[in-house]
Ligand binder design. Structure first.
Ligand code: DX5
Ligand code: ZN
Length: 214
């Protein structure tokens, strides 16, 4: 079954603990944590201290998405903060292989993220080392954007790439996802859908998560 990861970016930041409880009750499989540094993307969110403070508030898995320069500096702090899945951007990584093994050796599941305009060929050498790839379906930085249609084709291509070398690889799609486009992402081969504004903006979050799951 497809997994749904609501992005806390669209939550009410003054009530994060209650927001976590609300998505847990609504059936979320995990929570997606968008870590932005104001350099790699033109927006600034939260980092390890906030994530660490949220850890005792929920037993939801923490799926942290690093949209930062120098992602290697974040691996230790994210592990200590209680993150289970950690992805970093291919565009920001000079030593991707090393970052992946650092993430794994600290007991987290490693993923790499690619921007809409980035070729999947950047991933082919490290694909067997990864547990998942996060395919951005919007340009990163902000919630509430419209999905870029050609990114759905990238998911399809990545699924075929993975079939030959690493069929256990999970594909996470992130950005602009709603109940209308979710079926297309699933058909293309996505295993996990991140949804921020769709879930947190919904009147009935449970209904929304069920609709996204399809
Ligand atoms: C964008 C983030 C996404 C974002 C998704 O930079 O990586 O996770 O929060 O939000 P929506 O679903 O509103 O596009
Ligand atoms: Zn994200």
């Amino acid at each position: 079954m497809i997994q749904i990861a609501p992005s806390l970016l669209s939550a009410d930041f003054s009530r994060l603990s209650e927001e976590l409880e609300s998505i847990k009750k609504a059936g979320a499989d995990m929570v997606h944590l968008d870590v932005m540094d104001g350099h790699f993307v033109p927006n600034l969110t939260f980092g390890a201290p906030v994530i660490r403070a949220l850890r005792p508030c929920t037993d939801l898995l923490f799926d942290a998405h690093l949209m930062v320069e120098n992602p290697e500096d974040y691996v230790g702090p994210m592990a200590e903060a209680g993150v289970q899945m950690l992805s970093f951007h291919a565009e920001a990584a000079v030593h991707a292989d090393k970052i992946i093994s650092d993430i794994r050796s600290r007991g987290m599941s490693p993923g790499m993220a690619v921007n809409p305009g980035t070729s999947l060929s950047l991933l082919d050498t490290v694909l067997p080392q990864l547990d998942f790839v996060l395919v951005m379906t919007v340009n990163p930085g902000f919630g509430g954007q419209k999905l870029i249609p050609y990114c759905i084709d990238k998911i399809h291509i990545l699924r075929r790439m993975a079939d030959t070398c690493c069929h256990r690889l999970k594909i996470e799609a992130d950005g602009g996802i709603n109940p209308e486009n979710a079926p297309l992402l699933k058909i293309a081969g996505a295993d996990r859908l991140v949804a921020g504004s769709a879930v947190f903006g919904a009147e009935d979050r449970k209904k929304m998560i069920t609709a996204l799951r399809g």
